[in-house]
Design a protein around this ligand. Structure first.
Ligand code: ARG
Length: 458
């Protein structure tokens, strides 16, 4: 077939459905900027090595720059029959500059070309995610600074456990996103490695300089083994895991927001811009954005598993199966970027109801641990103190009171060592203020955390 770039040895036209089935340009056009950067770097290197003339390289670089403009102006004509982004761009280059265009692919295969493009794309995405996560952490930090003295029930098993500062709760998320960002940065070091020079699978006879290409593209280094270089997609799997875990963390905030927005809690007011109404119930203000974000996590996990399944059992080296690596990543990339940005908007505009939170502290005996610790201070062993406190809780529950509502005489009937100084200890404010162990919810500990997190987002 005359029309195909690889058509020299073919006698028959491609069957009807085959073209539509095998094409990837309908989605891999997204790699155009990376493809053009990679080809320009390759051409410059070829000229330095004496494989192309300087004039040929200049024509190629200028032609590619013009193609980039055409693409960005929406003037470029993408053609399915040219299969993928690489052949669409190369074909247009030859149309524009003639002979020199046909020399660009010297010492290169689409196998190392696509691996390079995709590595650059994934790396650029990982860097973008890190920036977006820092912006998200910044809005959490801003809210936390406003709410160091706002208290709410801290829960385990979704049951009231101990009072905490709202800032402490919010900064827990910053801790997760800091780790996510660091994980992405680590992944980038293995991703931004150039496979160019591996050619189809075995290297090439041209005197290439792979390191020059890697330097030009500001990459960390080059491949070690040509067969691995064209078939390795570990970086995609790692990046998809990074995206998946970030989505996990986002979904946990979504869950908190959904619960807190329920009027039975009433801890927050969702910003109108991030909530939706009901078509039948006029009173409703639903947390649809948070729910949908929680739901989208499933698809991002699916993207990771789609890729891992594609990779499983692949023989060496490049196999066309690998073309299926891109859509899962593009999908996850869009979902995770949009989710982080939406969460940033939502948290930035969130307003809290400290009175509702404070009222909630009256339920669930959140200061029971304080009483036990108080008894330990009076010389009682912790297990015994735990037991006495349990009896105090039972007594208060029976009378429908809080621990601090019990009379001193009632408390003393459970343990004669209890004195009137117990009431200071039982105040929730004091319970929080006294927890200044490293990473704790006391003001000093929170301020130390804020220092760490602020230098992270800088
Ligand atoms: N579109 C292809 C991909 O995404 C490019 C590499 C094709 N290589 C080949 N030998 N057919 O994997």
């Amino acid at each position: 077939s005359e029309t195909k770039m690889w058509g020299g040895r073919f006698r028959q036209q491609t069957a009807g459905l085959v073209e539509a089935y095998t094409e990837s340009v309908s989605y891999d056009y997204l790699l155009y900027a990376q493809d053009i950067a990679g080809s320009s770097a390759h051409a410059k290197m070829l000229a330095k090595q004496g494989v192309l003339t300087q004039d040929e390289a200049t024509q190629i670089v200028n032609g590619l720059a013009q193609i980039k403009k055409e693409i960005e102006n929406g003037e470029f004509k993408w053609q399915q029959k040219l299969e993928d982004v690489h052949m669409n761009i190369e074909s247009r280059l030859t149309e524009l500059i003639g002979e020199a265009g046909k020399k660009l692919h010297t010492g290169r295969s689409r196998n190392d070309q696509v691996a390079l493009d995709f590595r650059l794309f994934v790396s650029d995405s990982l860097r973008n995610w890190q920036e977006l996560l820092k912006a998200l952490c910044q809005v959490f930090i801003n809210q936390a600074e406003q709410h160091i003295h706002t208290l709410l029930p801290g829960c385990t098993h979704m049951q009231p456990a101990q009072p905490v500062s709202l800032a402490q709760h919010l900064l827990a998320y910053v801790a997760m996103f800091k780790r996510d960002s660091e994980r992405m940065n680590d992944c980038d070091k293995r991703t931004r490695i150039s496979p160019l020079g591996a050619a189809a699978l075995a290297g090439t006879t041209y005197p290439l300089n792979p390191l020059a290409v890697a330097d030009e593209l500001k990459m960390y280094g080059t491949f070690i083994n040509s067969m691995d270089a064209v078939s390795d997609r570990d970086f995609v799997a790692e990046a998809l895991f990074c995206a998946g875990l970030t989505m996990t963390h986002l979904s946990r905030i979504c869950e908190d927001l959904i619960i807190w927005a329920n009027p039975m809690f009433g801890f927050i007011n969702l910003p109108d811009a991030y909530a939706t109404g009901s078509s039948i119930m006029p009173q409703k203000k639903n947390p649809d954005v948070a729910e949908l974000m929680r739901g989208k996590v499933g698809r991002v996990y699916g993207d990771l598993f789609a890729l891992l399944t594609t990779l499983k059992g692949l023989p060496m080296t490049y196999n066309r199966d690998l073309q299926e690596d891109k859509q899962p990543f593009f999908d996850a990339n869009q979902t995770v970027s949009h989710s982080i940005q939406l969460m940033t908007g939502m948290i930035g505009e969130l307003t809290f109801n400290p009175q509702k939170m404070y009222k909630a502290l009256k339920q669930g005996f959140l200061n029971a641990t304080e009483l036990a610790d108080y008894l330990v201070g009076k010389g009682i062993a912790f297990r015994e103190a735990h037991h006495i406190t349990g009896s105090a809780v039972a007594l208060a529950e029976e009378k429908n009171l809080t621990l601090e509502d019990l009379q001193l005489s009632e408390l003393q009937s459970l343990c004669s060592l209890i004195d009137s100084d117990v009431y200071e200890v039982l105040k929730v404010e004091n319970a929080v203020a006294r927890r200044n162990t490293p990473g704790g919810t006391g003001e000093k500990s929170i301020k130390a955390q804020l220092e760490i997190f602020k230098s992270f987002v800088k």
